[in-house]
Ligand binder design. Sequence first.
Ligand code: ADP
Ligand code: DP6
Ligand code: CO
Length: 324
Amino acid sequence: MKATARAHTNIALIKYWGKKNQNFILPYNSSLSMTLDAFYTDTTVEFNEAFTENQFFLNDNRVNNEMATRVFDHIKKITTLLNQPNLPHFKVWSTNHVPTAAGLASSSSGFAALTAATVKAMGLELSKSELSRLARLGSGSATRSLFGGFAMWSTGNDLTSVGSAIDEHPEMDLHLLAIETNNARKKIPSRSGMQNTVETSAYYDAWVEKAKNDLDLMTYAIKQNDFELLGKVAENNAMAMHATNLAAVPSFTYFEPDTLIAMQTVQELRDNGISCYYTLDAGPNLKILTQSKNIEAIKTYFNKKLPKASIIQATFGPGIQYLS
Ligand code: ADP
Ligand code: DP6
Ligand code: CO
Protein backbone atom coordinates (compact mmCIF):
# COMPACT_ATOMS: atom_id res chain seq x y z
CA MET A 1 0.00 0.00 0.00
CA LYS A 2 2.58 2.52 -1.17
CA ALA A 3 2.61 4.86 -4.17
CA THR A 4 4.46 7.91 -5.51
CA ALA A 5 3.00 10.65 -7.68
CA ARG A 6 4.48 13.73 -9.34
CA ALA A 7 2.36 16.84 -9.95
CA HIS A 8 3.50 20.08 -11.55
CA THR A 9 2.47 23.50 -10.29
CA ASN A 10 0.24 25.72 -12.39
CA ILE A 11 0.13 29.46 -12.83
CA ALA A 12 -3.36 30.90 -13.05
CA LEU A 13 -3.87 33.20 -16.04
CA ILE A 14 -7.38 33.86 -14.75
CA LYS A 15 -7.17 33.73 -10.96
CA TYR A 16 -9.22 31.92 -8.35
CA TRP A 17 -9.57 34.35 -5.46
CA GLY A 18 -12.38 33.64 -3.03
CA LYS A 19 -14.53 30.78 -1.79
CA LYS A 20 -18.30 30.66 -1.92
CA ASN A 21 -18.11 27.63 0.38
CA GLN A 22 -15.09 27.21 2.63
CA ASN A 23 -15.88 23.63 3.71
CA PHE A 24 -16.05 22.26 0.20
CA ILE A 25 -13.67 24.83 -1.35
CA LEU A 26 -16.09 26.01 -4.00
CA PRO A 27 -14.93 29.15 -5.84
CA TYR A 28 -16.91 32.27 -6.75
CA ASN A 29 -15.43 32.26 -10.26
CA SER A 30 -13.97 29.74 -12.69
CA SER A 31 -10.22 29.99 -13.26
CA LEU A 32 -7.77 29.01 -16.00
CA SER A 33 -4.10 28.08 -15.81
CA MET A 34 -0.93 26.95 -17.49
CA THR A 35 0.76 23.89 -15.96
CA LEU A 36 4.52 24.48 -15.59
CA ASP A 37 7.34 22.03 -16.38
CA ALA A 38 9.97 23.62 -14.10
CA PHE A 39 8.15 23.39 -10.75
CA TYR A 40 6.74 20.19 -9.25
CA THR A 41 6.16 18.06 -6.17
CA ASP A 42 6.93 14.36 -5.68
CA THR A 43 4.91 12.70 -2.93
CA THR A 44 4.98 9.14 -1.59
CA VAL A 45 2.20 7.80 0.62
CA GLU A 46 2.40 4.50 2.47
CA PHE A 47 -0.26 2.85 4.62
CA ASN A 48 1.28 0.18 6.83
CA GLU A 49 0.06 -1.92 9.80
CA ALA A 50 3.56 -1.58 11.30
CA PHE A 51 3.25 2.23 11.65
CA THR A 52 2.16 3.41 15.07
CA GLU A 53 1.34 7.01 14.11
CA ASN A 54 0.80 9.19 11.04
CA GLN A 55 3.88 11.13 9.91
CA PHE A 56 4.61 13.83 7.33
CA PHE A 57 8.07 14.63 5.96
CA LEU A 58 8.63 17.64 3.70
CA ASN A 59 11.96 17.98 1.91
CA ASP A 60 13.42 15.27 4.23
CA ASN A 61 12.35 17.00 7.45
CA ARG A 62 9.68 15.73 9.81
CA VAL A 63 6.86 18.30 9.96
CA ASN A 64 4.70 18.58 13.06
CA ASN A 65 2.89 21.87 12.55
CA GLU A 66 -0.33 22.95 10.83
CA MET A 67 1.08 21.77 7.47
CA ALA A 68 1.08 18.22 8.82
CA THR A 69 -2.46 18.66 10.17
CA ARG A 70 -3.61 19.83 6.73
CA VAL A 71 -2.02 16.74 5.13
CA PHE A 72 -3.51 14.34 7.72
CA ASP A 73 -6.97 15.94 7.42
CA HIS A 74 -6.79 15.65 3.65
CA ILE A 75 -5.92 11.94 3.72
CA LYS A 76 -8.69 11.31 6.26
CA LYS A 77 -11.20 13.11 4.00
CA ILE A 78 -10.12 10.98 1.02
CA THR A 79 -10.30 7.66 2.88
CA THR A 80 -13.72 8.56 4.30
CA LEU A 81 -15.14 9.70 0.95
CA LEU A 82 -13.82 6.55 -0.72
CA ASN A 83 -15.41 4.40 2.00
CA GLN A 84 -12.21 3.04 3.49
CA PRO A 85 -12.17 4.63 6.95
CA ASN A 86 -10.31 1.80 8.68
CA LEU A 87 -6.96 1.88 6.93
CA PRO A 88 -3.73 1.57 8.99
CA HIS A 89 -1.51 4.52 9.91
CA PHE A 90 0.36 6.21 7.07
CA LYS A 91 3.56 8.08 6.30
CA VAL A 92 3.90 10.81 3.68
CA TRP A 93 7.21 11.90 2.18
CA SER A 94 7.03 14.94 -0.06
CA THR A 95 9.66 16.91 -1.95
CA ASN A 96 8.84 20.33 -3.33
CA HIS A 97 10.84 21.30 -6.40
CA VAL A 98 9.33 24.74 -5.86
CA PRO A 99 9.66 27.14 -2.91
CA THR A 100 7.02 26.30 -0.26
CA ALA A 101 4.34 28.92 0.47
CA ALA A 102 6.14 31.71 -1.40
CA GLY A 103 3.45 32.47 -3.97
CA LEU A 104 4.79 29.95 -6.47
CA ALA A 105 1.80 27.62 -6.08
CA SER A 106 3.29 24.85 -3.91
CA SER A 107 -0.22 24.03 -2.66
CA SER A 108 -1.32 23.25 -6.24
CA SER A 109 1.35 20.62 -6.92
CA GLY A 110 1.45 19.58 -3.25
CA PHE A 111 -2.20 18.61 -2.95
CA ALA A 112 -2.47 17.19 -6.48
CA ALA A 113 0.48 14.85 -5.80
CA LEU A 114 -0.78 13.98 -2.31
CA THR A 115 -4.25 13.12 -3.62
CA ALA A 116 -3.02 10.96 -6.50
CA ALA A 117 -0.47 9.10 -4.33
CA THR A 118 -3.03 8.50 -1.56
CA VAL A 119 -5.65 7.06 -3.92
CA LYS A 120 -3.10 4.83 -5.64
CA ALA A 121 -1.68 3.65 -2.31
CA MET A 122 -5.25 2.65 -1.37
CA GLY A 123 -5.21 0.41 -4.44
CA LEU A 124 -7.89 2.42 -6.25
CA GLU A 125 -7.98 3.89 -9.73
CA LEU A 126 -9.90 7.11 -10.28
CA SER A 127 -10.23 9.37 -13.30
CA LYS A 128 -8.33 12.65 -13.35
CA SER A 129 -11.64 14.42 -12.92
CA GLU A 130 -12.44 12.41 -9.78
CA LEU A 131 -8.91 13.03 -8.45
CA SER A 132 -9.35 16.72 -9.18
CA ARG A 133 -12.49 16.86 -7.07
CA LEU A 134 -10.64 15.25 -4.15
CA ALA A 135 -7.57 17.48 -4.65
CA ARG A 136 -9.88 20.52 -4.44
CA LEU A 137 -10.69 19.65 -0.83
CA GLY A 138 -6.98 20.15 -0.05
CA SER A 139 -6.33 23.32 -2.07
CA GLY A 140 -8.42 24.92 -4.81
CA SER A 141 -5.57 25.52 -7.23
CA ALA A 142 -4.68 21.78 -7.03
CA THR A 143 -7.77 20.97 -9.15
CA ARG A 144 -5.91 22.24 -12.22
CA SER A 145 -2.58 20.47 -11.55
CA LEU A 146 -3.97 17.04 -12.48
CA PHE A 147 -3.91 18.28 -16.09
CA GLY A 148 -1.10 19.40 -18.37
CA GLY A 149 -0.98 22.37 -20.76
CA PHE A 150 -3.92 24.73 -20.31
CA ALA A 151 -6.45 23.68 -17.67
CA MET A 152 -9.51 25.22 -16.08
CA TRP A 153 -11.43 24.83 -12.84
CA SER A 154 -15.16 25.46 -13.09
CA THR A 155 -17.56 26.77 -10.51
CA GLY A 156 -20.21 24.27 -9.42
CA ASN A 157 -21.14 22.03 -6.53
CA ASP A 158 -19.04 19.49 -4.63
CA LEU A 159 -19.26 16.99 -7.48
CA THR A 160 -19.15 19.31 -10.50
CA SER A 161 -16.59 21.94 -9.47
CA VAL A 162 -13.52 20.17 -10.85
CA GLY A 163 -10.57 20.79 -13.12
CA SER A 164 -10.53 19.85 -16.79
CA ALA A 165 -8.07 20.00 -19.66
CA ILE A 166 -8.50 22.77 -22.23
CA ASP A 167 -5.52 21.66 -24.27
CA GLU A 168 -2.92 19.29 -22.81
CA HIS A 169 -0.46 19.83 -25.68
CA PRO A 170 -0.85 23.47 -26.72
CA GLU A 171 0.80 24.72 -29.87
CA MET A 172 1.26 28.23 -28.52
CA ASP A 173 4.85 29.43 -28.16
CA LEU A 174 4.48 30.44 -24.51
CA HIS A 175 7.17 30.64 -21.84
CA LEU A 176 7.23 31.81 -18.27
CA LEU A 177 10.14 33.43 -16.45
CA ALA A 178 9.72 33.38 -12.68
CA ILE A 179 11.59 36.32 -11.16
CA GLU A 180 12.35 35.04 -7.68
CA THR A 181 13.04 38.06 -5.51
CA ASN A 182 11.91 36.56 -2.19
CA ASN A 183 11.37 32.85 -1.55
CA ALA A 184 10.56 33.16 2.15
CA ARG A 185 7.22 31.83 3.39
CA LYS A 186 4.53 34.45 3.01
CA LYS A 187 2.99 36.05 6.07
CA ILE A 188 -0.55 35.89 4.69
CA PRO A 189 -1.41 32.43 3.28
CA SER A 190 -3.61 32.36 0.16
CA ARG A 191 -6.43 30.89 2.22
CA SER A 192 -6.74 33.71 4.77
CA GLY A 193 -5.84 36.41 2.23
CA MET A 194 -8.71 35.54 -0.09
CA GLN A 195 -11.17 35.03 2.76
CA ASN A 196 -10.40 38.45 4.23
CA THR A 197 -10.97 39.95 0.77
CA VAL A 198 -14.28 38.16 0.21
CA GLU A 199 -15.54 39.41 3.56
CA THR A 200 -14.32 43.02 3.51
CA SER A 201 -13.28 44.29 0.08
CA ALA A 202 -15.65 46.72 -1.63
CA TYR A 203 -14.21 45.55 -4.95
CA TYR A 204 -14.99 41.87 -4.44
CA ASP A 205 -18.23 41.68 -6.45
CA ALA A 206 -16.63 43.62 -9.28
CA TRP A 207 -13.75 41.13 -9.26
CA VAL A 208 -16.09 38.16 -9.73
CA GLU A 209 -17.86 39.86 -12.65
CA LYS A 210 -14.57 40.80 -14.27
CA ALA A 211 -13.10 37.33 -13.83
CA LYS A 212 -16.07 35.87 -15.75
CA ASN A 213 -15.49 38.23 -18.69
CA ASP A 214 -11.74 37.69 -18.59
CA LEU A 215 -12.24 33.92 -18.74
CA ASP A 216 -14.16 34.28 -22.02
CA LEU A 217 -11.43 36.51 -23.46
CA MET A 218 -8.71 34.08 -22.32
CA THR A 219 -10.50 31.08 -23.82
CA TYR A 220 -10.74 32.99 -27.09
CA ALA A 221 -7.04 33.95 -26.98
CA ILE A 222 -6.07 30.30 -26.51
CA LYS A 223 -8.31 29.16 -29.37
CA GLN A 224 -6.89 31.84 -31.66
CA ASN A 225 -3.31 31.09 -30.56
CA ASP A 226 -3.06 34.83 -29.77
CA PHE A 227 -0.16 35.40 -27.37
CA GLU A 228 -0.65 39.19 -27.19
CA LEU A 229 -4.27 38.88 -26.12
CA LEU A 230 -3.39 36.12 -23.64
CA GLY A 231 -0.67 38.26 -22.07
CA LYS A 232 -2.79 41.41 -21.84
CA VAL A 233 -5.77 39.62 -20.29
CA ALA A 234 -3.57 37.67 -17.83
CA GLU A 235 -1.77 40.81 -16.63
CA ASN A 236 -4.95 42.78 -16.24
CA ASN A 237 -6.70 39.93 -14.44
CA ALA A 238 -3.82 39.52 -11.97
CA MET A 239 -3.77 43.24 -11.20
CA ALA A 240 -7.55 43.28 -10.66
CA MET A 241 -7.17 40.43 -8.15
CA HIS A 242 -4.43 42.29 -6.29
CA ALA A 243 -6.58 45.44 -6.31
CA THR A 244 -9.24 43.63 -4.29
CA ASN A 245 -6.62 43.09 -1.56
CA LEU A 246 -5.72 46.77 -1.45
CA ALA A 247 -9.40 47.54 -0.83
CA ALA A 248 -9.78 44.93 1.93
CA VAL A 249 -10.21 46.08 5.54
CA PRO A 250 -7.53 46.14 6.76
CA SER A 251 -5.81 46.66 3.43
CA PHE A 252 -3.01 44.25 2.55
CA THR A 253 -0.80 43.42 -0.40
CA TYR A 254 1.60 40.71 -1.57
CA PHE A 255 3.65 43.32 -3.46
CA GLU A 256 7.14 44.13 -2.20
CA PRO A 257 9.53 46.86 -3.43
CA ASP A 258 11.24 44.35 -5.77
CA THR A 259 7.83 43.32 -7.14
CA LEU A 260 7.21 46.91 -8.25
CA ILE A 261 10.69 47.15 -9.76
CA ALA A 262 10.00 43.94 -11.69
CA MET A 263 6.66 45.30 -12.95
CA GLN A 264 8.33 48.52 -14.11
CA THR A 265 11.04 46.49 -15.82
CA VAL A 266 8.43 44.58 -17.83
CA GLN A 267 6.90 47.92 -18.83
CA GLU A 268 10.32 49.19 -19.95
CA LEU A 269 10.93 46.05 -21.99
CA ARG A 270 7.57 46.57 -23.69
CA ASP A 271 8.42 50.22 -24.37
CA ASN A 272 11.55 48.89 -26.10
CA GLY A 273 9.47 46.66 -28.34
CA ILE A 274 9.96 43.37 -26.47
CA SER A 275 6.64 41.67 -26.05
CA CYS A 276 6.14 40.39 -22.49
CA TYR A 277 3.48 40.54 -19.78
CA TYR A 278 3.37 39.67 -16.11
CA THR A 279 1.18 37.89 -13.65
CA LEU A 280 1.61 37.15 -9.97
CA ASP A 281 -0.10 35.01 -7.38
CA ALA A 282 -0.40 35.46 -3.64
CA GLY A 283 3.28 36.29 -3.17
CA PRO A 284 5.92 38.83 -4.22
CA ASN A 285 7.56 36.90 -7.08
CA LEU A 286 6.64 38.18 -10.54
CA LYS A 287 6.10 35.76 -13.44
CA ILE A 288 6.72 36.99 -16.96
CA LEU A 289 4.84 35.56 -19.92
CA THR A 290 6.72 35.73 -23.21
CA GLN A 291 7.74 33.88 -26.37
CA SER A 292 10.97 32.06 -27.32
CA LYS A 293 12.55 34.86 -29.30
CA ASN A 294 12.47 37.29 -26.36
CA ILE A 295 13.71 35.09 -23.52
CA GLU A 296 17.41 35.98 -23.68
CA ALA A 297 16.80 39.73 -23.99
CA ILE A 298 14.47 39.68 -20.98
CA LYS A 299 16.94 37.69 -18.85
CA THR A 300 19.80 40.06 -19.73
CA TYR A 301 17.73 43.15 -18.91
CA PHE A 302 16.48 41.69 -15.61
CA ASN A 303 20.01 40.69 -14.58
CA LYS A 304 20.89 44.37 -14.78
CA LYS A 305 17.76 45.69 -13.04
CA LEU A 306 17.43 43.06 -10.30
CA PRO A 307 20.85 41.38 -10.12
CA LYS A 308 19.99 39.45 -6.95
CA ALA A 309 16.88 37.79 -8.38
CA SER A 310 17.02 34.21 -9.65
CA ILE A 311 15.23 33.71 -12.93
CA ILE A 312 13.65 30.30 -13.53
CA GLN A 313 12.47 29.50 -17.03
CA ALA A 314 9.41 27.33 -17.63
CA THR A 315 7.01 26.28 -20.33
CA PHE A 316 4.04 23.88 -20.48
CA GLY A 317 4.28 20.94 -18.11
CA PRO A 318 2.45 17.59 -18.02
CA GLY A 319 -0.47 16.40 -15.93
CA ILE A 320 -0.26 13.96 -13.02
CA GLN A 321 2.36 11.21 -13.27
CA TYR A 322 2.94 8.06 -11.22
CA LEU A 323 6.56 7.28 -10.39
CA SER A 324 5.75 3.95 -8.70
P1 ADP B 1 1.57 28.69 -2.32
O1 ADP B 1 1.64 30.02 -2.99
O2 ADP B 1 2.93 28.06 -2.19
O3 ADP B 1 0.56 27.77 -2.96
P2 ADP B 1 -0.29 28.63 -0.12
O4 ADP B 1 -0.45 29.55 1.05
O5 ADP B 1 -1.41 28.53 -1.05
O6 ADP B 1 1.08 29.01 -0.84
O7 ADP B 1 -0.04 27.16 0.38
C1 ADP B 1 1.07 26.81 1.12
C2 ADP B 1 0.67 25.61 1.97
O8 ADP B 1 0.46 24.47 1.12
C3 ADP B 1 1.77 25.17 2.92
O9 ADP B 1 1.76 25.95 4.09
C4 ADP B 1 1.34 23.74 3.17
O10 ADP B 1 0.27 23.69 4.10
C5 ADP B 1 0.80 23.31 1.81
N1 ADP B 1 1.83 22.57 1.04
C6 ADP B 1 2.82 23.07 0.26
N2 ADP B 1 3.56 22.09 -0.28
C7 ADP B 1 3.03 20.93 0.17
C8 ADP B 1 3.36 19.55 -0.04
N3 ADP B 1 4.36 19.18 -0.84
N4 ADP B 1 2.59 18.61 0.57
C9 ADP B 1 1.56 18.98 1.35
N5 ADP B 1 1.20 20.26 1.60
C10 ADP B 1 1.93 21.23 1.00
C1 DP6 C 1 -3.62 33.63 -6.24
O1 DP6 C 1 -5.37 27.30 -4.14
O2 DP6 C 1 -3.53 28.32 -2.76
O3 DP6 C 1 -2.69 31.48 -6.65
O4 DP6 C 1 -7.78 26.82 -1.95
O5 DP6 C 1 -7.18 28.11 0.09
O6 DP6 C 1 -5.63 26.34 -0.76
P1 DP6 C 1 -6.65 27.39 -1.11
O7 DP6 C 1 -5.89 28.50 -1.96
P2 DP6 C 1 -4.92 28.38 -3.23
O8 DP6 C 1 -5.18 29.80 -3.91
C2 DP6 C 1 -4.54 30.16 -5.09
C3 DP6 C 1 -4.71 31.61 -5.35
C4 DP6 C 1 -3.92 32.15 -6.52
C5 DP6 C 1 -4.70 32.09 -7.82
C6 DP6 C 1 -4.86 30.74 -8.46
O9 DP6 C 1 -3.97 29.88 -8.36
O10 DP6 C 1 -5.89 30.56 -9.14
CO1 CO D 1 -1.51 27.97 -3.02
